[in-house]
Design a protein around this ligand. Structure first.
Ligand SMILES: C[S@@+](CC[C@H](N)C(=O)[O-])C[C@H]1O[C@@H](n2cnc3c(N)ncnc32)[C@H](O)[C@@H]1O
Length: 226
């Protein structure tokens, strides 16, 4: 039997910001809009379709979300808030849904780059200012929203894994990368699922590549599966 074509009823789109679940959520989007996603930031920008404090996911039902993505956002939360957010992301994700965060500064490589006086990412030496850009986010350059711009915590691979475990994610995958042509690979990215599943470098690469236009990892300098 042939099914009748389904007529779209605009009133069905009653979800948050005109989108229906299952949501695709982009946290801390700033001016980067992903079409079809819920692009959220604490400040209204030309990319936001929801202006909201991303620490509060109570607006989302349990298992209402297929994917939560962020780039250069997680380090803007306090230690308490970062742990609480991961727990709440675990709650809102569907059983198959996953979390993908990247652009998280890696304090271990930042410290090494500074101590070893390596070539810098934005200047000739990885000096104290370069370290400060990652540890504190150089908030003075955003005087109107310096508090949102301030980096409030530090990360390394072990800390991320502990946080993900404590939030209930049974599968996680962490990698390190350099942004664009920068000299030092001081950024971490990670993906996480609720259930136990086999996940390897060959599974991670298509996801990293899909988001590469937004996140600009140097694909030749990825350190996979940390
Ligand atoms: C470095 S920018 C991220 C840039 C963007 N994701 C990109 O890839 O271009 C950090 C963003 O996080 C936002 N932010 C910080 N704390 C936030 C919070 N609690 N809720 C929502 N947005 C927040 C800031 O307003 C800022 O736009």
């Amino acid at each position: 039997m042939t099914q009748a074509p389904r007529t779209f009823q605009p009133e069905e789109t009653t979800g948050i910001a005109g989108l229906s679940p299952p949501y695709l959520i982009h946290l801390g989007c700033n001016r980067t809009r992903i079409p079809g996603w819920l692009n959220i930031d604490a400040r209204a920008t030309d990319a936001t379709n929801l202006v909201h404090d991303c620490r509060d996911l109570s607006i989302f039902d349990d298992k209402s979300t297929n994917m939560v993505f962020s780039n250069a956002f997680f380090e803007h939360l306090t230690m308490h808030d970062r742990a609480a957010l991961l727990r709440d992301i675990h709650r809102v994700l569907t059983d198959d849904g996953f979390l993908y965060f990247c652009g998280v500064p890696d304090f271990e490589t930042i410290a090494r780059s500074y101590l070893e006086r390596r070539p810098g990412n934005v200047s000739s030496r990885f000096d104290l200012f370069e370290a400060y850009r990652y540890t504190h986010g150089d908030p003075e350059h955003q005087s109107e929203w310096w508090m949102e711009q301030l980096h409030k915590t530090l990360f390394d691979v072990e800390t991320l894994k502990t946080l993900l475990n404590e939030a209930g994610f049974r599968t996680h995958y962490v990698y390190r990368y350099a942004y664009g042509k920068e000299a030092n690979a001081v950024n971490l990215g990670f993906m996480a699922w609720k259930d136990v599943r086999a996940f390897s470098d060959k599974d991670a690469l298509p996801i990293i590549s899909l988001f590469a236009p937004l996140t600009q990892p140097n694909m030749e300098r990825l350190e996979l599966g940390l």
